[in-house]
Design a protein around this ligand. Structure first.
Ligand code: FAD
Length: 398
């Protein structure tokens, strides 16, 4: 149901709100404004109404005086079947930096069953304190039970900043928790730092199709919440000698209160793990068709790497989406990224620009990929790639 309220007595049917609505949620019916479910409560219509006939309910902002009660940086540590996700440790590394900048503490939230070892690992990865919620009802991820546990912890302990990995579960959980707490959430950040003047979290992410980088702040709500994609931040080195407090917490919901049951897990066949690959050989539109990935695969095989692709090749149906690198694909941070027949659009660079060494093979010397490449080969990939493969085979004795 839309949140926007329309005072039908006051409405003059001028239509100014209809023109102002970016979502097409307002129409005139019998000369009176009406709103439908497309309304996002953005408020764009409020200022244009000449007779103040439109209103939105008051939002429960945190009073400025109450903001100071929110302190510390929190990270949700994701786990599956008792194994922590590497993305969470990357978040801990960045969380530690932010906590140090704010001269505050870093807290890890570890939820699951039989996961005490992960709580200890979290200390090694930089946590000063770990909230350890261990219960059979939390063995498998379920939105309701996980969100309830985190919401109740936030309401009680009031963190200033809350970070989650932008994995499938992290995205789901972050949205639920932020909605329940009525706070802001910036998804898929590529940079997080503290504003030196305001002490607010500066959350940077690509916007408008990756053509600009937007820096977003959340001044009136707490916690300031962000998700960050895999491989955006470096993996910190764990320190087994670190000391931290592990606090055991009871789950917020009992099994009987949870509406869903996990029946089974099915592992998707043929999955590739691009995010963890040390070497990636990627093909773009320049490979010309599905068979054009043949030489790319051979080179990847000789190097012991994975095959990536641009979105153009995925959209053309030449290779499955799981291989796509970029803003709407995977973010990767390999030691070596070889881009073959890829022009280097910003959306592609957003996914691989932090690779340690980038090699570009392209027949167009002006291709933008050369501006980020450490080594560039101007030439036809169908000559260059097989020649490279043959040389490497000899060198590596394969
Ligand atoms: C919202 C949004 C999200 C997007 N997300 C992504 C994303 O996640 N990942 C992504 O990749 N793109 C993404 N895109 C698309 C992106 O803008 C580009 O269209 C895409 O990356 C282009 O792919 P390409 O470089 O393979 O193709 P092209 O730009 O067509 O480049 C092909 C290149 O191959 C070279 N070439 C051709 N033949 C040969 C040959 N025989 N030998 C050597 N070189 C050759 C050409 O010189 C050219 O430079 C997104 C776009 C939008 C709007």
């Amino acid at each position: 149901m839309p949140l926007l309220e329309i005072n039908k007595e006051e409405c003059t049917g001028c239509g100014a709100c209809v023109d102002a609505c970016p979502f097409g949620a307002l129409q005139l019916v019998d000369n009176v404004a009406t709103v439908d479910d497309q309304c996002t409560a953005c408020g764009a219509c409020l200022d244009v109404c000449p007779v103040d006939a439109l209103s939105l309910p008051e939002r429960p902002t945190v009073e400025a005086s109450g903001l100071a009660a929110y302190q510390g940086v929190w990270v949700w540590v994701e786990q599956f079947k008792g194994e922590a996700a590497s993305i969470s440790w990357e978040m801990m590394g960045q969380g530690r930096k932010l906590a140090d900048q704010r001269k505050s503490t870093l807290t890890a939230c570890v939820l699951g069953h039989n996961v005490e070892h992960i709580a200890k690992e979290a200390v090694a990865f930089g946590a000063d304190r770990v909230f350890w919620v261990d219960d059979p009802s939390l063995a498998a991820y379920r939105t309701q039970s996980y969100a309830a546990a985190l919401v109740s912890l936030v309401q009680q302990y009031k963190p200033e900043i809350f970070l989650l990995g932008a994995s499938s579960r992290g995205r789901d959980l972050a949205g639920s928790v932020a909605t329940e707490l009525y706070t802001g959430l910036t998804a898929d950040c590529t940079g997080l730092d503290i504003d030196a003047d305001t002490n607010l979290l500066r959350q940077t992410r690509p916007a408008f199709g990756g053509n600009i980088m937007a820096t977003i702040i959340c001044p009136n709500y707490r916690p300031q919440m962000s998700t960050v994609r895999h491989r955006v931040f470096e993996m910190p080195t764990p320190d087994g000698n670190r000391k931290g407090q592990i606090v055991s917490i009871k789950p917020a919901l009992s099994e009987a209160q949870i509406a869903t049951r996990v029946v089974d897990f099915l592992v998707e066949q043929g999955q590739i793990n691009l995010a963890d690959a040390k070497i990636i050989v990627s093909g773009g539109r320049g490979v010309g068709g599905p068979e054009g990935f043949g030489p790319i695969k051979e080179l990847a095989e000789v190097l012991g790497g994975a095959v990536g692709s641009s979105r153009a090749a995925v959209d053309a149906g030449w290779i499955p989406y799981a291989h796509q690198v970029g803003q709407t694909g995977r973010t990767v941070r390999p030691d070596l990224y070889i881009a073959c027949g890829i022009s280097g659009a910003v959306q592609h660079l957003a996914g691989m620009g932090t690779a340690r060494v980038i090699v570009a093979i392209n027949k167009d010397p002006e291709a933008p990929i050369f501006s980020v490449a450490h080594y560039g080969i101007v030439g036809d990939l169908f000559q260059v790639v097989p020649a490279l493969t043959a040389q490497l085979k000899k060198k590596l004795q394969k």
